[in-house]
Design a protein around this ligand. Structure first.
Ligand code: ZN
Length: 545
């Protein structure tokens, strides 16, 4: 086993750690990031198995015994990465010069033979120049950034190791326990993380474990999709509270990865916590608002309990606040489509499932034009988690059956462009109007007229595989399951789907292509929703259990 730390290699024989042959001037100092490498020469096409460790505080025996036990149980790891306070106050002459910072290795990049790139920055933040030992300064951070960003087409590093937490890491994220991330941590590290875009960022020093939800490194709809960052803070080795101090993960180096695979966005991804403060982000969103299609397509009234749902089973807790293993994604600002949004009304909702719900479209093309929507804040079908996708499919199926029983075929479309919350539009077209091929042709012709490329996608194929994460698109799904897909480049006519369906070849109601031209009174809407609920009831799986 070879141990590598900031350009310095230690090797161990029969479990004993000793200084190896390639001593260099740069070496670890106190409170540092530390890399131990096994098999660094391995060419890895399969993922590397890494272990990250929090503050060791000199408890080397505790750590290595633990690692030995883990490796015995689950096989060997390729690297051990240590963050935080490595030496503690344990006296040890061998390590003394590193501990006091006489020999130091404040920062650097370690690239393994596998191509795995690990950036590290030792010590705690110092605003003074010259900085005391065990500290880093603005200069250290800038030169580390410059060294990495100088390489052409820098996409990010695989791993970033720092001792302190980045300041503000909890913004837009899940709760960070006792640590107030607005006050604790280093803002230099926040800037570093923002620029280096690590896929994993480890830190320690706070004696607690915190795994933040992954965050985006790009701005949705403004930049092309990039990989996400996972921030993980680890506790100290052998802590009495038994907080997690070791974290095992597998990683394929970024440079070996397929781009589409690399930039896949997990469903629980959040905004970048360092990009701007919540307030700024919100005002930015408001700045975008005038370009957006008016969001008030329909309203919910959560104070009124709609339908007879769940009431027979003793309350509606399962209906409106479904039990879910994880809280669904939350919007940054007001959202008209998040079912739990406080600022909206509800009278158009016709069915509520566990992850999705069904609502009548405001100003619908016809009386039974509905929308399938996720309850949580998901931007598009591409972002949905598996359970949500499954329920979307169930709703599609149920609505298709309803329309079939009424002698209508079902056309679905989604526009992931200038829209923050997925709305899957479902429009019934009477069988007597036209054939499926007529509908397909109408879409293709209208797209050609507007110089848009519509790709035909076979039945059962998945939009999630075709759309690039974060990239805008439009697609329509016919009743045969065939889909026509358009990758939106610059702009897109917001009413495209409606325009085609309202056209002479299909529904022949051209004056209804804009929903704002189809006003209905509140009473009319309520009556239509009631009627739809009644007709949908035999097909509504959400009412069954
Ligand atoms: Zn929403």
């Amino acid at each position: 086993m070879r141990r590598l730390t900031g350009g310095r290699v230690w090797s161990s024989h029969s479990g004993r750690l000793r200084t190896g042959p390639r001593c260099e001037r740069r070496a670890p100092s106190l409170s540092r990031s530390f890399i131990c490498s096994r098999r660094p020469g391995r060419m890895a096409q399969k993922p590397l198995r890494l272990l990250a460790c929090g503050d060791v505080e000199g408890k080397f025996d505790v750590l290595f015994n633990r690692i030995r036990a883990i490796q015995k149980k689950s096989g060997n790891f390729d690297l051990l990465l240590c963050v935080g306070d490595f030496f503690g106050s344990t006296p040890s002459t061998e390590w003394e010069e590193y501990r006091t910072g006489v020999k130091r290795g404040r920062k650097g990049v370690f690239t393994g033979a596998s191509g795995l790139q690990i950036a590290y920055l030792s010590g705690t933040e110092s605003l003074a120049e010259p900085a005391p030992p065990y500290s880093f300064t603005f200069k250290d951070v800038s030169s580390l950034k410059a060294a990495l960003q100088a390489t052409s087409q820098f996409k990010g590093v695989d791993v970033l190791l720092t001792s302190p937490w980045p300041k503000g890491v909890g913004n837009f994220g899940n709760a960070s326990g006792d640590v107030d991330t607005k006050k604790k941590g280093s803002s230099l590290i926040s800037h570093l993380a923002m620029d280096l875009k690590p896929r994993y960022h480890f830190a320690a020093l706070e004696k607690t474990y915190y795994e933040r939800l992954p965050y985006r490194n790009h701005t949705v709809l403004q930049e092309t999709a990039q990989h996400v960052t996972r921030f993980i803070a680890l506790a100290n080795v052998g802590n009495p509270e038994k907080r997690k101090y070791l974290y095992a993960f597998s990683i394929l180096p970024l440079n070996l990865m397929d781009m589409a695979e690399l930039v896949k966005q997990p469903p629980d991804v959040t905004e970048n916590p360092y990009r701007k403060s919540g307030k700024e982000a919100l005002s930015d969103k408001q700045g975008l608002a005038p370009q957006e299609e008016p969001a008030c397509q329909f309203f919910f009234d959560l104070s009124k309990k709609q339908g007879k749902k769940r009431q027979s089973t003793g309350g509606d807790s399962k209906g409106v606040s479904p039990k879910q293993p994880r809280k669904p994604p939350q919007p940054l600002g007001p959202c008209w489509f998040c079912l739990a949004s406080p600022e909206v009304e509800k009278h158009l909702v016709v069915s509520i499932g566990t992850h999705c719900y069904l609502a009548l479209a405001k100003g619908g093309l016809c009386d039974d034009h509905v929308l399938i929507l996720p309850i949580g804040h998901y931007q598009s079908v591409v972002d949905l988690s598996r359970e949500v996708v499954e329920e979307v499919e169930k709703y599609k199926c149920a609505v298709r059956q309803l329309f079939k029983s009424k002698g209508k075929r079902c056309v679905l479309f989604e526009r992931n462009y200038r829209s923050h919350h997925l709305q899957l539009q479902v429009v019934p077209v009477p069988l007597s109007c036209c054939t499926t091929d007529d509908i397909k042709e109408a879409f293709i012709i209208q797209a050609q007229e507007q110089q848009m490329e519509l790709l035909e996608i076979p039945e059962h194929s998945d939009i999630q595989q075709i759309a690039q994460p974060g990239a805008p698109y439009f697609y329509v799904e016919l009743d045969t399951g065939e889909k026509l897909f358009h990758r939106i480049k610059k702009s897109f006519p917001l009413h495209f789907g409606r325009e085609v369906l309202a056209g002479e070849a299909i529904l022949n109601i051209p004056n209804k292509s804009d929903w704002r031209q189809c006003p209905r009174s509140r009473e009319e809407e309520e009556a239509l929703a009631r009627l739809f609920r009644k007709h949908f009831q035999p097909f509504d799986f959400a009412l069954e259990d």
